[in-house]
Design a protein around this ligand. Structure first.
Ligand code: ADP
Ligand code: MG
Length: 696
């Protein structure tokens, strides 16, 4: 009988020891094919390389024993059936216990030899120390040796136990023909990498820790190398195949703008602007990401760069993630630039809702009657055509997907320069995997005179005192934000006792702040109303602004010095840091008070982390660790292939090697073709996400 062909794309149900029922359980873990199972890498390992003698057991340890069983017994309690047996070796005896596994009564026979791995626990009712609910046990034939080794521990569910996983993967590996090598020999030797086939086997059942290390390094390298090759390809396509705009050295207009700034640029701002200028004056299109914590002054860099492109006879586009922010930038820009004869336009939802106004604006853009256009994502809608687009700035990049970024780029015949700004600092590995096609600049320094924001988490018992403090600040001439998670509230939220922005606004404006000008702001309001409210707050007319997270990103009112966040547990770490960045923008000492009665440990940890640090880099790292890259960037947006073997924190060294290898590899045209075919071969291995990233 001929053996059926083995394919990694086969359904996992055909692996010996899986079958339809377990296949259904595996599907819940995202495992559908044999390949999925193969790359369901262990989340950890247990060292079961040596046996413990029963006399040497300590309570609390995970132990591995071999002995003979006797006295098999079962006992019913109201909730569970407890099955016990006595295991003896030449040093002593111990009781084994299992819960509810009554089938064992048939399976286990006195005198059998068992190989048991389990956790020892002290139990005064039994024989002192017992081994509980043994994680795994094997019945040994009379002269069979127990299998010792480093045991994989898999992400699992109740329906798929560790033992099920170990057996299934062992069977899969036994039936799998040797995997073809995918990397060229020169890279394998240069990087001293283990062959793919050995790595795939060793990652599950390593002989020793050295082998495990080598396997992990190989598999992590593959993932990072492929991403790097993809990113290099994008960069090559945009930079080599399409020349960019060569801007002239800074002229009168840039100099006049610099002279008009109400402040001196910080050292970091100067440095970053110099880099931007150099990029813009170069032949290749600028592709630069500016990372700077909230309040570090990124807007001014964008403004100067946009003036530079205007000075060179081009138009500039500035995309903001929200209407409020687009408005704010528009005001800043017109204030500084209208005297200099630069024509600034605002393309907002409000404008585009009226067909007449929209057409007028679109016509002005395509006729080059506007120099700088500021807007939300409305800017990248079909129908907006720039006469001569020289520079595209995207503010708060993490709000936009990759696709949106490239749509705007395609709005022009020449390749415009591109500047991306983000307040979400991310670890270097992430930068290189998510933004690998961009060069990165950092603004670390904050404008002078900023005092660190004092952050305190409080329970609602302190609410009255908190609001009295806010009142005192307002009476001293300052302004305050109160941020709430909800606008109105639904029945379920009513039950959960979460007050909405509307309710809190009512309570506050009729109570303790009844003699203070208050306003309510939320995302469901009409754009014009939102603008008016924001404007009055910015002018200092309104003192207290009760709002939802519409103010989260970028809103800049330096006189606001206090923020109270209601139900702070409902917000993520990065979000709270963004929110908090709305205060501490002026010279006054600023405060952020996080109100929460949550007892959940992760919420408490988040709030404590915010109390402890103002450093956005540290927070982002923490957040990323807690939530993982997928959620951190928002599933649809990050465009990052799933990293199964590589770890964004641990593997910086491997990433650098992968990047160097990719750089060398991709410069060679033959290799380029090789890479393209490699990519096709790997469609299976790295799925759609990988082709997404390489098909820019
Ligand atoms: P972000 O980096 O969060 O976008 P902004 O660009 O909104 O920060 O700047 C925050 C505030 O700091 C603004 O009020 C801006 O005018 C002010 N600012 C920016 N640069 C400086 C500077 N060099 N000196 C003083 N104030 C500055
Ligand atoms: Mg900003």
């Amino acid at each position: 009988m001929s053996r059926t062909e083995f394919e990694l794309t086969d359904n996992v149900m055909y692996v010996k020891g899986v079958g339809p029922r377990r296949a259904a359980a595996l599907e819940k873990l995202g495992i559908v094919t044999k390949y999925d199972l193969l790359t369901h890498y262990p989340r950890g390992y247990e060292n079961h390389t040596s046996l413990t003698k029963i006399a040497d057991i300590f309570a609390g340890e995970t132990v591995q024993l071999v002995g003979r069983i006797s006295d098999i017994d079962s006992r019913e309690t109201p909730r569970v059936t407890i099955i016990t047996a006595i295991l003896s070796d030449d040093t002593g005896s111990i009781q084994l216990t299992w819960f509810n596994q009554t089938y064992l009564l048939k399976k286990l026979k006195s005198g059998m030899r068992l190989h048991v791995i389990g956790k020892a626990r002290f139990n005064p009712w039994a024989r002192g120390v017992v081994v509980d609910q043994s994680q795994s046990f094997t019945i040994l034939e009379p002269d069979e040796e127990p299998e010792l080794g480093i045991m994989p521990v898999y992400p699992s569910t109740a329906a798929m136990t560790q033992q099920n996983f170990r057996t299934a993967i062992k069977n899969l590996l036994a039936s799998m023909p040797p995997l073809k090598e995918i990397l060229p020999q020169e890279i394998l030797s240069a990087q001293d990498l283990m062959p793919l086939d050995s790595a795939m086997r060793a990652i599950h059942f390593p002989k020793n820790y050295a082998e495990l290390d080598a396997a992990r390094r190989r598999l992590a390298f593959d993932e990072l190398f492929l991403i790097q090759c993809g990113l290099m390809l994008i960069k090559r396509q945009t930079q080599v195949e399409r020349l960019g705009i060569t801007h002239n050295p800074n002229g009168a207009l840039v100099k006049a703008t610099l002279a008009k700034l109400p402040f001196e640029l910080t050292g970091d701002q100067k440095k970053v602007f110099r880099t931007v200028v150099k990029d813009m004056e170069g032949k290749l299109p600028m592709r630069r990401l500016i990372q700077g914590d909230v309040g570090s002054g990124k807007t001014i860099i964008a403004l100067l760069a946009l003036v530079k492109t205007v000075e060179n006879g081009f138009q500039g586009a500035f995309m903001a993630p929200t209407e409020i922010l687009a408005n704010q930038h528009y005001e800043t820009f017109t204030r500084l630039l209208s005297d200099l004869g630069i024509r600034v336009g605002l393309l907002s939802a409000k404008v585009t809702r009226s067909p007449k106004q929209r057409k007028e604006l679109y016509d002005k853009i395509s006729a080059h009657e506007l120099d700088i256009v500021i807007g939300t994502h409305a800017l990248i809608q079909e129908g907006v055509t720039f006469a001569k687009l020289g520079l595209v700035v995207t503010d708060e990049q993490h709000r936009f997907g990759k696709t949106q970024r490239s749509t705007l780029e395609k709005k022009s015949d020449v390749v415009p320069d591109m500047l991306v700004m983000t307040a979400t600092p991310i670890p270097r590995t992430m930068t290189l995997t998510v933004y690998g096609d961009l060069d990165v600049s950092l603004i670390k320094e904050l404008p002078p005179g900023r005092k660190p924001i004092l952050t305190q988490a409080k329970t609602s018992r302190s609410r009255k005192r908190v609001y009295e403090f806010v009142r005192a600040e307002i009476l001293a001439g300052r302004q305050a934000y109160v941020v709430c998670p909800l606008i109105g509230r639904s029945e379920s939220e009513r039950l959960a006792d979460i007050e909405s922005a509307e309710e809190i606004f009512d309570t506050l404006s009729r109570g303790i702040f009844r003699d203070v000008p208050c306003a309510l702001l939320h995302g469901k309001m009409k754009p014009r109303d939102k603008d008016d409210i924001m404007e009055r707050f910015r002018d200092g007319e309104t003192k207290l602004l009760v709002s939802t997270t519409v103010i989260e990103v970028g809103v800049d009112v330096p006189n606001a010095s206090v923020m109270v966040v209601e139900h702070a547990e409902r917000f993520g770490l990065a979000q709270l840091h963004q929110l908090r960045g709305r205060v501490g923008r002026g010279a006054a000492k600023s405060y952020c008070i996080l109100l929460s009665d949550s007892k959940a440990s992760d919420a408490k940890e988040r709030l404590a982390t915010l109390e402890a640090t103002n450093d956005g880099f540290k927070l982002a790292e923490h957040d990323l660790k807690m939530r993982g890259p997928g959620q951190f960037f928002g599933e649809a947006q990050h465009g990052l292939p799933d990293l199964k073997a590589a770890d964004v924190f641990r593997d910086v060294a491997i990433l650098i090697q992968a990047r160097d290898a990719a750089e060398k590899f991709i410069t060679d045209d033959d290799n380029l073709n090789y890479f393209v075919s490699l990519r096709e071969n790997l469609a299976l291995a790295y799925g759609d996400k990988f082709s997404q990233i390489t098909e820019a």
